[in-house]
Design a protein around this ligand. Sequence first.
Ligand code: TPP
Length: 267
Amino acid sequence: MLEATWCPGCGNFGIWQALKNAFVNLSLSAKDAVVVFDIGCNSNMFNWLKMTSFESLHGRTLPVASGIKIINPKLAVLAVAGDGGCYGEGGNHLLHAAKHNLDLTLLVHNNQVYALTTGQTSPTSARGFKSKSTPAGSFDLALNPLAVAIAAGASFVARGFAGDLPHLTDLMTQAVKHKGFAIVDILQPCVSFNNVNTFDWFRQRIYKMEQKPANKLAALEKALEFPQNGTDAKIPIGIFFQEEREVFQPETVEFKPEIERLSAEFL
Ligand SMILES: Cc1ncc(C[n+]2csc(CCOP(=O)(O)OP(=O)(O)O)c2C)c(N)n1
């Protein structure tokens, strides 16, 4: 095991700790769970987590995680990515994973910037965000990942904060327990390349939802409550949407013999 090399004060430390707590809560160890990492600061956690892990290409965690789940449905499968990898390069995979509803958990370290490549504007950067790639301020509207996930059909949609470990641990635990595709978007301050969305900035705005919104429409309305594109709304955290929906069960579908053949060949 190596020492974690994130910048001192990085939000990734909190997410790392919450994930370890969640694995303990769930009694999951390296033999019964796989974590598929993306590329980025977030995914350097690959080096510091004693779990069975796979580091995929930038933006490609979800196809790899889906393949692992299809071949071995008994494993708990988690995908870990940054907002760049997941909402940029991998945005299309997110849409399809949400509507497909395999039993997977996706954790997104959302620092609203491409951090490992030293600070370019990402899909969730606020309009006007100044960075190396947008020195005059970003022209784009910021993507709202929760609204996208809800609209695409994700059966569990939540938002956590890297500065609230008990709450984040609970969200991760519930996301893994949920049968179906679960996404937890995690607000992760990047202390080196995003000097707008800091721990203080979030602490002034974040509040915990007392209960889940009643239905999909109410969930969407809550998801749109976010200080972006010129507004200064508060930021709800918690579970926005959860429904029981039929899960894609690889072991019951007609290509089971093919799965067995592939398992025998590769596992
Ligand atoms: C297909 C592809 N595009 C670009 C890169 C270069 N790259 C590596 S890390 C990175 C930034 C990652 O940003 P993000 O996914 O937001 O994660 P963070 O570092 O902020 O945790 C980029 C662009 C790459 N490795 N592969």
